[in-house]
Write a protein that binds this ligand. Structure first.
Ligand code: T46
Length: 139
């Protein structure tokens, strides 16, 4: 499975808020080498528009509302991350876009690898070729 929505464990302390956490290789299926977050984004902005060749990521939105559009080359779907304690695993070979539905929403990402521009597929035709090549490789 290349996409999965995961509930993030949350501990509520009376009158003093909530603490949410996840653990690498326990709650998400990979070790974490990098964490980044995207912030200061206006409402309606679209980012992404790429897929990864090898990278696994866990996306979560601790504040705000962000629509994640997913495309595996044959099926499209979407997930809304909205400040609730849940996150989305996005595996390799998934074209994804993120659309900000609320100003200043924060998108946090835990990633399985260090940043490597060579892992990105930023052209949709190249993405379709990649998906087809990998389907045939896996037969
Ligand atoms: C992804 C989605 C969810 C770095 O130098 N280091 C980093 O760790 C990252 C993530 C990006 N960058 C550079 C690469 C670009 O020059 O930051 C610039 C903006 O990156 P990009 O246009 O790829 O940003 P998004 O929001 O379209 O995509 C990001 C991640 O790059 C991507 O891996 O899956 O968030």
């Amino acid at each position: 499975m290349q996409n999965e929505v995961i509930s993030i464990k949350t501990i509520t302390t009376e009158n003093s808020g909530k603490l949410s956490f996840f653990e690498a290789e326990r709650n998400i299926p990979f070790a974490i080498k990098r964490v980044y977050y995207i912030h200061g984004v206006a409402n309606g902005v679209r980012r992404g528009g790429h897929a990864h060749k090898e990278l696994w990521q866990f996306l979560f939105c601790p504040y705000g509302k962000i629509r994640i559009l997913l495309d595996d080359g044959s099926e499209k779907s979407e997930v809304v991350l909205d400040g609730l304690p849940k996150g989305l695993i996005v595996g390799p070979g998934i074209w994804h876009d993120m659309i900000w539905l609320k100003e200043d929403s924060i998108l946090c990402v835990a990633a399985s690898e260090y940043y490597d521009e060579a892992d990105y597929i930023r052209d949709y035709d190249d993405f379709i070729k990649f998906v087809r090549a990998n389907i045939y490789d896996n037969l």
